[in-house]
Design a protein around this ligand. Structure first.
Ligand code: F6P
Length: 342
């Protein structure tokens, strides 16, 4: 078989580990030809290909980013996009496609499947917001990077009696904020799932300072929102999938805290640092297991599926299931974090 592979959406530590696993078993065990498409769906639309072989995918397990490149191109955004995709797959004689991506990339895959494309999806995102899988690779790495940053910021906060407001990615889910905040001993964690009241945040910080702690660490998810009518915010532009570009809420939160409490407040926006560099061991293993399951599913002709982690097992679920619902932080987990607030 000729099997196409692409990586779409934001890059994520572990993508190369998936590619390596797919190629190693696809070529080495099943004798398939592997074809890489550059820059996500854009590469499929433009027929921008590259050979993937065991030889040229050696030494990439520990490398962040994606050797295939990525984009947020949506073929359904233009009239000709889907026709271009179908033409390329025919011209390149692709028997099956393995798209590796998040909600948007796999959303396109689910639609293409309806147009007759044979594919097996692999979920990825640092945001961990796909409901059909317990975890996505990249999340563990992002949490570790954020936790390391919180440890470092603690020492400055303590030395200067400051409130450090630290913003992390995660889009409309607060998984990175909640996990990193728990692991890094945050004094407040603000997530999209729990709209916050800035007056209450300030009261908790003041309470903490009254008890003798002269510094505080506030973790803010980029998608955190104030409760209606409590604080004004700004919003950014939209990408090709209609998602608003987030980032910067920490600036507003820190300014409000400083104005209301008089405590010196500083901002650190971790942003794309959370997606960069080497994946953790956990993410390398999860990504490798996903890659192997994906190429096994192709070999089994089990198309229209997405690989997923359920408990300790790697399973296959219908791809529509993988993109149907946003997985948000459950209240029970957030309640654990709130014990340490203020
Ligand atoms: O989905 C992954 C993610 O890193 C989000 O956490 C973030 O909101 C978004 O991508 C940023 O996208 P871009 O790299 O296009 O700015």
């Amino acid at each position: 078989m000729r099997v196409g592979v692409l990586t779409g959406g934001g890059d994520c530590p572990g993508l190369n580990a998936v590619i390596r696993a797919v190629v190693r078993k696809g070529e080495g065990v099943y004798g398939h030809n592997l074809v890489g498409f550059r820059y996500g769906w854009r590469g499929v639309m433009e027929c921008h290909t590259t050979d993937l072989t065991t030889a040229n995918t050696r030494g990439i397990l520990h490398r962040g980013g994606t050797i295939l490149g990525s984009s947020r191109t949506n073929p359904y955004k233009t009239d000709v996009g889907v026709t271009q995709v179908l033409d390329t797959l025919e011209r390149e004689r692709i028997d099956a496609l393995i798209p590796i991506g998040g909600e948007d990339t796999l959303g396109v895959a689910a639609k293409l499947q309806g147009d007759g494309v044979k594919l097996v999806g692999v979920p990825k995102t640092i945001d961990n917001d796909l409901s059909a899988t317990d975890f996505t690779f990249g999340f563990n790495t992002a949490v570790q990077i954020a936790t390391d940053a919180l440890d470092r910021l603690h020492t400055t906060a303590e030395s200067h009696d400051r409130v450090m407001v630290v913003e992390v990615m995660g889009r409309h889910a607060g998984w990175i904020a909640t996990y990193a905040g728990l692991a890094g001993g945050a004094d407040i964690i603000l997530i999209p799932e729990e709209p916050f009241d800035i007056a209450e945040v300030c009261e908790r910080i003041q309470h903490r300072h009254r008890r003798g702690a002269n510094f505080s660490i506030v973790v803010v998810a980029e998608g955190a929102v104030p409760a209606a009518g409590t604080m004004a915010t700004q919003s950014g532009g939209l990408d090709e999938f209609g998602h608003v570009r987030l980032g910067g809420i920490a600036n507003t939160v820190a300014a409000e805290i400083e104005a209301r409490t008089g405590f010196e407040s500083r901002v650190t926006i971790l942003g794309h640092v959370l997606r960069g560099g080497t994946p953790t061991a956990y993410d390398r293993v999860l990504a490798t297991r996903f890659g192997i399951e994906a190429i096994d599913a192709v070999e089994d002709r089990d198309f229209g599926t997405m690989v997923a982690l359920h408990g300790p097992d790697i399973v296959r679920v219908p791809i529509e299931e993988g993109v149907s619902e946003l997985k948000t932080v459950d209240r029970a987990l957030y309640d654990v974090a709130t014990v340490f607030f203020g």
